[in-house]
Design a protein around this ligand. Sequence first.
Ligand code: ADP
Ligand code: ADP
Length: 224
Amino acid sequence: TALLEAQDVTFSFGATPALRGATVSVAAGEILAVMGPSGSGKSTLLHCLAGILVPDGGTITFAGERLDTLREGTRTELRRNRFGFVFQFGQLVPELTAQENVALPLLLAGTARTTAMSAAREWFGRLGLDGLERRRSGELSGGQAQRVALARGLVSRPQVLFADEPTGALDSLTGEQVMDLLTAAAREQGTSVVLVTHEPRVAAYADREVIVRDGKLTSTVCVL
Ligand code: ADP
Ligand code: ADP
């Protein structure tokens, strides 16, 4: 059964339709790759599933409850407590240390600073980042910064991790390291992953692959 589901979702940016009846679901613990050409609506679909954008039509259901009809404050709270995010260009806060960046989702959710910082600390060993806790993002390599961003996405033990081109800014070897760590951590804690990528090699890490074209899901390919 689906943990997270979009049913017949439509969304337009002004006069530009981005989604035209998109239906897709993610099971608990499943890693789903969303592929498709540039401009086909992948990021918009991810933003609708994550409750960042509210669809013009259709429904988003998370754990059996409508997500799209929640009030904005309730949606934001659900996002903070249940979802994690990793983006293409790490998007670390440059003024904060790497460890503070990882602790940020917990701090925003109201966790005490000492608790948040020690939970953040554990991820440095796990992701091969020992000794980099006090660095700022400008003092990290691309691969290190993206592993810090991955730790930030997972630190709250989210039910769903949304990853939008998480390897897009990395060379292929570094990208594979990030995907190895991302999928291992997600499987270990039973986190579902919605992975937007245009790289088949990255999509190969998923349990299942779907393709978006012109704002619709066109075909489903099983990756085994
Ligand atoms: P993809 O992630 O597959 O590249 P997007 O979901 O980013 O596709 O975009 C889908 C369509 O919506 C494209 O035509 C894109 O130009 C348009 N679009 C996306 N974001 C915006 C925005 N903020 N304002 C206007 N149009 C947008
Ligand atoms: P992606 O690589 O995820 O497809 P894009 O390059 O399509 O990302 O978009 C990057 C950002 O620019 C997103 O926040 C998206 O909403 C915005 N964007 C995309 N297309 C447009 C557009 N035509 N007009 C305004 N903003 C856009």
